[in-house]
Write a protein that binds this ligand. Structure first.
Ligand code: NOJ
Length: 714
């Protein structure tokens, strides 16, 4: 599906009346927070700027009024980082982060998250979300792992397409697929650094979610900061124009990320002047510049001096106007705005609770969960009460400007508040135990630890809430060390040494080393950044009022030094991906997640075992819920080309299904296996499906696989 049609005549009529200056103004986006500047004030009063970012609804009035005074009456499009809910606005619904949401593997639910978010954004008077992040989260050191849907191209493609459909469902909000391309694969996990991927590999992995975004009708794309094999994405005609616009048929517009043009001058050292950078960036395929004050003069002058063709400028403006028209910004009719009452309303938060339940993963349970009959529960750990840590990045705490003095919302459930609500008949005692980054003096630190141990000693069970904090996640916050920081491991160990039940709840932005926690915890619950309702969801899951169904969208490391640890790696001669001093693979791999239900997989069967290219087969598996608890399972289908002309990963996800199975019952799960999905890109970057044998694998946990062979005939 491409974006919905727009009124070409209207757009061409507006374009034909625009001066060069009007056109270039459309191609500029400015931040109301990083300014004022002369250029900002000029545009604010003239009303001709193409876009503003980080303006909240109540601040839009003057910008709209000045646009309405102009002859052409083209309003600005307001972009906002609403990446897990419209979370820069305090009363709005804060959903779990993308990484947390991805644990649900639930396309429909993620689509609805998009729709609810867009409704709140639209009710706030804005019309463009800088979401979703379609980067592949394969280097855990990268600071923005929490913003991704995990490590796998298929899962990201499906969830990305789903949230885009949701955002754009009601036609008044545009989505933005970002960051195009390869940002998550920066060498060393260093934010915005160079990426060593070939075009073949880009097609096999990194482009796939972006192609899916185009197919889902995504109206805008954002250019990544980085470079691929030394070519800056900002000036990559190959990726921005030839592949994205010409080959994939993307018909929306491309916005740069923050000051990309300046980064090519000051960071990447590609140009001596902003003038040259802006021209090169637009010629490459960027249609709008995010927050470069010099852009306007640079482009106007370049056009006057014939250094850039007016056709290039017209094409960019045409794309921008087309998106504005699709959003109903050019039709002059006054639309009835959505009521502001829906922002953060009870119905949205009730849905948010369901999202949080489905986004939580049970990593370990030696029988300690569900936790019942505990008269006194110790809730320990720094993240039990830390709303900021629970939210993660891109909320009213951190953007557009950091607000250290900000407090949480009444309706937000931290884990402590959730446990208090879920265990209303038990005595709940809280002690912090330690901090996450440990800035306190030794005496205070010991006092916190001793207090926690005393509280734990007196309780029937301890729920220890640890992880990481906002300072350890986000742009420019890459981490070389993925160990739980401060005295968090010590807290878990020492509470366990008291001989009590220890349940660890993780509130964190990315997979961390859990070797110590694994040794001492009776149960481990991974919540990542779980939003407003995360604490209540975790508490009800611990209690057994809800059942776990989340599966990891990303693999956990044994060691920060044993990276990468993503599941779809290659075999090789000294194969096994094993270091001499670290176990092989991942303790909690992609696809892993336990449940109170016990799912038993039968053998696989195929209705045809030999297929011609282009044919499809039905693969079936019997799934039994061998437990007394109703549950939902995510059945995952992987493949491998057994002998291929190029290296193929040990397994590649091609499909997944969510299936509810009542206690004691069985369900037959059927996948349609399309031979078209069993291919690879050859060295000439052509997609090929070879004849030969393919292994198909079905799994519910990324560790145990049922296998069957399919043959594609010559
Ligand atoms: C920088 C980030 O890389 C991008 O994700 C974000 O949307 C923009 N700035 C705007 O805040």
């Amino acid at each position: 599906m491409q974006s919905q049609a727009y009124n070409k005549e209207r757009v061409e009529a507006i374009l034909s009346k625009m001066s060069l200056e009007d056109k270039v103004a459309q191609m500029l986006q400015l931040s109301a927070n990083a300014n004022p500047s002369d250029i900002f004030e000029k545009f604010k009063s003239e009303g001709k700027l193409g876009s503003y970012l980080h303006v909240l609804g109540h601040e839009t009035g003057s910008f709209l009024e000045s646009a309405a005074q102009t002859e052409l009456k083209v309003p600005p499009i307001f972009g906002i980082d609403a990446i897990h809910g419209h979370a820069l606005l305090k009363p709005a619904t804060v959903f779990p982060s993308q990484l947390a949401m991805a644990c649900s593997w639930d396309d429909d639910m993620v689509e609805k998250v998009g729709e609810v978010t867009a409704d709140e954004v639209a009710a706030d008077g804005l019309n463009w979300v800088f979401s979703p992040v379609l980067c592949i989260g394969r280097d855990l050191r990268w600071g923005r792992i929490a913003e991704t849907f995990g490590e796998d191209a298929e899962l990201i493609s499906r969830l990305g397409a789903a949230i885009i459909r949701g955002y754009q469902k009601n036609g008044n909000v545009a989505a933005c697929a970002k960051h195009y391309l390869g940002y998550g694969e920066a060498t060393g996990g260093r934010d915005s650094y160079d990426t060593e991927i070939t075009e073949r590999k880009a097609r096999e992995i990194f482009l796939r979610p972006f192609k899916a975004a185009v197919d889902a009708g995504c109206m805008t794309f954002m250019t990544a900061y980085g470079s691929i094999d030394g070519e800056s994405l900002t000036v990559s005609h190959r990726y921005l124009t030839e592949i994205l616009k010409d080959e994939y048929g993307f018909d929306g517009f491309v916005v740069t990320d923050w000051e990309n043009f300046r980064s090519t001058v000051q960071g990447q050292k590609l140009f001596e002047s902003m003038d040259d950078a802006c021209v090169a960036g637009v010629v490459a395929g960027n249609d709008m510049s995010m927050n470069s004050n010099e852009f306007y003069a640079a482009l106007v002058n370049a056009a006057k001096e014939g250094r850039i063709s007016i056709d290039v400028i017209d094409n960019a403006v045409r794309r921008i106007l087309a998106v504005k028209d699709r959003l109903g910004l050019l039709d002059g009719e006054k639309k009835t705005p959505l009521s502001r009452d829906i922002i953060g309303c009870d119905a949205h938060q009730a849905f948010n609770y369901d999202v949080a339940v489905k986004s939580t993963v049970l990593l370990k349970n030696n029988g300690a969960l569900p936790l019942a009959g505990a008269k006194k529960i110790a809730v320990l750990g720094p993240n039990a009460t830390d709303v900021r840590a629970q939210y993660g990045d891109w909320t009213y705490f951190s953007h557009p400007n950091p607000k250290p003095e900000e407090t949480g919302k009444e309706c937000t459930y931290t884990v402590l508040k959730g446990i208090q609500a879920a265990y209303a008949d038990s005595e709940i005692v809280y002690a912090k135990g330690c901090s996450v980054v440990g800035a306190e003096d030794a005496q205070t630190s010991d006092a916190w630890m001793n207090e926690a141990l005393a509280v734990a000693a007196d309780a029937d069970a301890s729920i220890i809430v640890i992880g990481d904090i906002l300072d350890q996640n986000g742009e420019t916050k890459d981490r070389a060390n993925l160990v739980l920081s401060g005295r968090q491991n010590e807290l878990v160990k020492r509470v366990k040494e008291l001989g009590k039940t220890v349940i660890v709840v993780l509130v964190n932005g990315k997979p961390l080393e859990l070797n110590e926690v694994e040794k001492y915890a009776d149960a481990i619950v991974e919540g990542f950044n779980s939003g407003d309702m995360g604490g209540l969801a975790v508490a009800n899951l611990i209690k057994g009022k809800e059942n776990f169904s989340g599966k990891l969208p990303i693999s956990f490391p044994y060691s920060s030094a044993a990276l990468p640890c993503y599941y779809n790696q290659y075999d090789y001669w000294h194969f096994g991906q094993k270091y001499i001093d670290v176990p092989k693979g991942s303790p909690y791999p992609f696809g892993f997640g336990l449940s109170y239900s016990n799912f038993v997989y039968g053998d696989l069967s195929l209705d045809k075992t030999v297929l011609a290219r282009g044919e499809k087969a039905e693969l079936s598996v019997e799934l039994k819920n061998d437990s007394a608890v109703d549950g939902e399972e995510t059945v995952q289908l992987y493949f491998r080309d057994k002998i291929c002309k190029i290296l193929t990963p040990i397994r590649t996800l091609i499909d997944y299904k969510k299936v509810s199975v009542p206690a004691g019952e069985s369900r037959t799960v059927t996948f349609t296996v399309d031979t078209e999905k069993l291919g690879y890109y050859n060295r000439d970057c052509e997609y090929c499906v070879d004849a030969g044998e393919f292994a198909l694998y079905v799994s519910g946990d990324g560790k145990n696989f049922k296998e069957i062979t399919l043959r594609v005939a010559e």
